[in-house]
Design a protein around this ligand. Structure first.
Ligand SMILES: [Zn+2]
Length: 280
């Protein structure tokens, strides 16, 4: 049996994020000596990530301070703007900042992102693709622009592909992993109960948490037939679960918005539409 190692990554770290949530999470992580991977957007142009006042100076000061405390930094895209509908190698989402673009265009984005971070004296070796979407060209461009690690992948253990080390990431919340796995945290959306759930987990099982340095120094097997099969299997099962979740929501929507009266039915169909977006 392989060793169980749970890692944490924080997506969407950009000026204007909910800073109080970052501070609150840090208090918890400090208690358990956990150092998560900070997914910093070098030049954020995505208004969806801005929830608070942008205090650029303090933001970058804080990122440098966290780096000095041992929190590793990943480059989370370049501008965090989705410009293609390509779902990339992992078919994670039907949108991407990178997948589907030419090698040259991708490399240019990566260089721009890297330069923006280097202005703040940050030299990233980890890459965190917005939407988990990247393709073969992204991998080649990453290698050529000085990246070593990718925080994505659906296998039980890290693997090496195109001279990059992939550290698996399949979790939306803390749980005991099968092997090595990463919890993806979107702090802007965190509520009290998310912090409480995380603390409850850490109280019960603090020893399952690994460190990024420990994991990347542990080596990995090459991405071969076996790894590809394991990853494809994960994608197949995930897609099946997604489809069935969608159809359950649809059935619930049809039941809830039904009426014998045509006019009322029409009104109810419109009224309950947010249900289909998971909002009701
Ligand atoms: Zn993101």
């Amino acid at each position: 049996m392989s060793e169980k190692r749970l890692l944490f990554r924080l997506d969407d770290i950009a000026p204007g994020m909910v800073r109080t949530n970052l501070d609150r999470l840090k208090t918890i992580f400090d208690k358990y000596d956990i150092k998560p991977l900070l997914g910093v957007v070098p030049d954020n142009k995505d208004p969806g990530l801005v929830k608070d006042e942008k205090d650029e100076e303090n933001f970058w000061k804080n990122i440098k301070k966290l780096e000095e405390e041992g929190w590793p930094i990943a480059m989370h895209g370049s501008e965090h703007v989705y410009c293609t509908e390509d779902s990339g190698l992992l078919r994670a989402n039907p949108f991407s900042e990178f997948a589907g673009l030419s090698f040259e265009a991708q490399k240019e984005k990566l260089v721009k992102g890297r330069n923006a971070l280097e202005k703040h004296d940050i030299k990233p070796v980890y890459f965190m693709a917005p939407g988990h979407t990247f393709d073969e060209n992204t991998l080649k461009a990453l290698h050529e622009t000085g990246f070593t690690y990718v925080t994505d992948g659906y296998t039980a253990e890290p693997y090496r592909r195109e001279d990059l080390l992939f550290i698996p990431c399949t979790l939306g919340e803390a749980q005991t992993p099968k092997g090595t796995d990463t919890v993806c945290i979107h702090l802007n959306n965190w509520k009290d109960e998310d912090f409480e759930r995380l603390e409850d987990f850490l109280k019960d099982d603090p020893n399952v948490c690994g460190t990024w340095t420990g994991v990347v120094n542990n080596g990995a097997s090459d991405y071969g037939k076996k790894t590809a099969k394991e990853e494809k299997r994960y994608i197949r099962i995930r897609d099946m679960k997604r489809r069935s979740a969608e159809s359950e929501v649809m059935q619930r929507y049809m039941r809830k918005s039904y009426s014998d009266n045509k006019a009322i039915k029409l009104i109810k169909r419109v009224f309950y539409l947010p249900m289909l977006l998971g909002k009701k």
